[in-house]
Design a protein around this ligand. Structure first.
Ligand code: SF4
Ligand code: SF4
Length: 215
């Protein structure tokens, strides 16, 4: 999957996200914000100009968000393993009322909140210009992890997480300790399959020779 696939999940499947900025005291503050539109490059959301959130967006020009889908209608114990989550952080900009008509066309419930078109001038559309994102799917076995970027200025980040170095002696203690069994044991040094790793750190702690490193 690439950026447009993750953005499609964010817009169509998740839709409502928790979005974070920083308040005037420097403390994190969150609220639920819907992802109104997404294309191959980025995503779009709106807010009203009278809100504190609007002031924080225009001052800070940076957000962090997380959204999750799946498990609707299931018992909470079952639902927790059917979740798909997207987290993104990065720079945003206002595009004014550009795309506002499209926002209302693609999200009919907005017309119930702002039934009189003349009142919609309270709203402004924002989009992300540069950012990095992570995808996490608990519904697969083993779990699936992915990363992506928004904006051509952002270089593909070196993957964070746990990696096995040439110090590995092939004892497989890490494999025994891995809850996802996502370590390929077919060769030495062993290889962590990053797309399925939980980043739990068990392999790091289990290795007797310090062959597992954390980036
Ligand atoms: S960090 Fe956890 S899930 Fe990832 S390879 Fe190590 S033990 Fe397995
Ligand atoms: S525990 Fe360490 S030495 Fe043993 S197989 Fe895993 S990485 Fe290699």
């Amino acid at each position: 999957m690439d950026t447009k696939d993750y953005l499609r999940i964010l817009r169509n499947e998740i839709h409502s996200t928790v979005m974070a900025t920083v308040d005037e005291d420097g403390h994190p503050v969150t609220r639920v914000i819907d992802i109104m539109l997404a294309d191959d490059e980025t995503f779009y959301f709106i807010t009203a100009k009278g809100k504190e959130f609007y002031s924080q967006l225009t001052d800070q020009k940076y957000i962090s968000l997380t959204g999750m889908s799946g498990g609707e209608g299931m018992d909470v114990r079952e639902a927790s393993i059917h979740k798909r989550a997207v987290s993104i952080r990065g720079k945003i900009e206002s595009i004014g009322t550009e795309k506002l008509d499209e926002v209302f066309a693609e999200n009919p419930y907005m017309a119930e909140i702002y039934p009189d078109p003349s009142t919609r001038n309270a709203l402004e559309v924002f989009r992300m210009t540069e950012g990095t994102g992570e995808f996490f799917d608990l519904s697969t076995k083993p779990i699936t992890r992915g990363s992506f970027t928004i904006g051509s200025e952002v270089q593909e980040k070196e993957h964070g997480g746990y990696f096995i170095t040439d110090k590995c002696i092939g004892c497989q203690a890490c494999y025994g300790a891995c809850p996802q069994k996502c370590i390929d044991t077919s060769d030495v040094p062993l290889v962590i399959r990053q797309e399925h790793c939980l980043h739990c750190g068990n392999c790091f702690r289990a290795c007797p020779v310090g062959a597992v490193v954390k980036r």
